[in-house]
Design a binder for this molecule. Structure first.
Ligand code: NAI
Ligand code: 15L
Length: 268
């Protein structure tokens, strides 16, 4: 049966807030979880991913989980370790113990951020490309994808790992023209990831059908995802403002953009 009750972790964040607005129209009854309280949502669970009892209670009885909670940018390793690595492990353990069948995991393009961006005429990046994290943050997403594969192989818990590009209301850089996922397409992709049959562990890229797309969307489309948006309408304005991507600029050389170069070494 199609999932109905879905736990949304990271519900207070940027993407979580967008999805809180869009996913109920698909018929989901969302249970919200975040360490940050959410105004106007008295039923939201306010807890940390380190709190195993709270997690166990949060996942009890849900049909599926959309796991967005975690640090969403580069940070010192110890913080990434706690929220993204241990936190994601804690979530999967709770899901396994409570018999939840499927997780949609917010992975990131930064799990493969040091992959050179395709130049004109080159093939798009496939989901099978070797992982090349560009940050401790990206490393934690690579861990999450491995964790998801392990929980499928070992315990039969399914995951769709979505290597999200940039999901914001509008693209705000020339790089984002290639990796942007409109919020509407984000909701369409999460819905497809929740409802496609027999996903095992499937890795997909998460973006709109951008004219300047850098990666291959076929594994996302195979779930039934049909993107409707394209960033191209923003291209003229963004290029006039920032110029075209420069092949000699290391910030522009890789899929992960400035995550690859900044900070060069995080000060501990
Ligand atoms: P965000 O930083 O706005 O939201 C993350 C939320 O997670 C916050 O509300 C925060 O309070 C919560 N959180 C952090 N640590 C937690 C912990 N230990 N326990 C409980 N809650 C915790 O990030 P955003 O943009 O909404 O991203 C959501 C997810 O999607 C993240 O996992 C991020 O890595 C991933 N992602 C997002 C992209 C985007 O374009 N927005 C691109 C690629 C990946
Ligand atoms: C991410 O993984 C971040 O969570 C998001 O804030 C954006 O920076 C995005 O990648 C991106 O690559 O633009």
């Amino acid at each position: 049966a199609a999932p109905r009750t879905v736990l949304l972790t990271g519900a207070a964040g940027g993407l979580g807030s967008l999805m809180r607005g869009l996913l109920p129209a698909y018929g989901y009854d969302l249970r919200l979880f975040d360490v940050t309280p959410i105004e106007g949502e008295p039923d939201a669970i306010t807890a940390d991913l380190a709190d195993k009892d709270a997690l166990r209670e949060a996942v009890r009885g849900v049909d599926a989980i959309i796991h967005l909670a975690g640090i969403s940018l580069e940070a010192p390793f110890e913080k990434i370790l706690r929220s993204n690595i241990e936190g994601t492990y804690n979530l999967y353990e709770a899901a396994r113990e409570e018999g939840v069948r499927r997780v949609v995991f917010a992975s990131s393009n930064h799990a493969v951020g040091f992959t050179p961006r395709p130049r004109a005429g080159e093939q798009p990046i496939l989901v099978q490309t070797p992982r090349r994290p560009d940050t401790y943050y990206g490393l934690s997403k690579a861990f999450g994808e491995d964790l998801a594969q392990f929980y499928w192989d070992k315990f039969g818990l399914e995951t769709v790992s979505v290597r999200i590009g940039s999901c914001f209301m509008e693209p705000t850089s020339v790089r984002m023209l290639s990796v942007w996922m409109s919020p509407g397409d984000g909701a369409r992709l999460f819905h497809a990831a929740l409802t496609a049959p027999d996903v095992g562990h499937t890795v997909v890229y998460g973006s709109s059908a951008n004219t300047r797309l850098w990666w291959d969307l076929s594994s996302a489309r195979a779930l039934g995802y049909e993107p409707r948006d394209d960033s191209e309408g923003y291209a003229e304005k963004l290029i006039a403002e920032h110029g075209e991507l420069d092949d000699a600029n290391p910030d522009h050389a890789y899929l992960g953009g400035h995550f690859c170069t900044n900070p060069p070494i995080w000060p501990h």
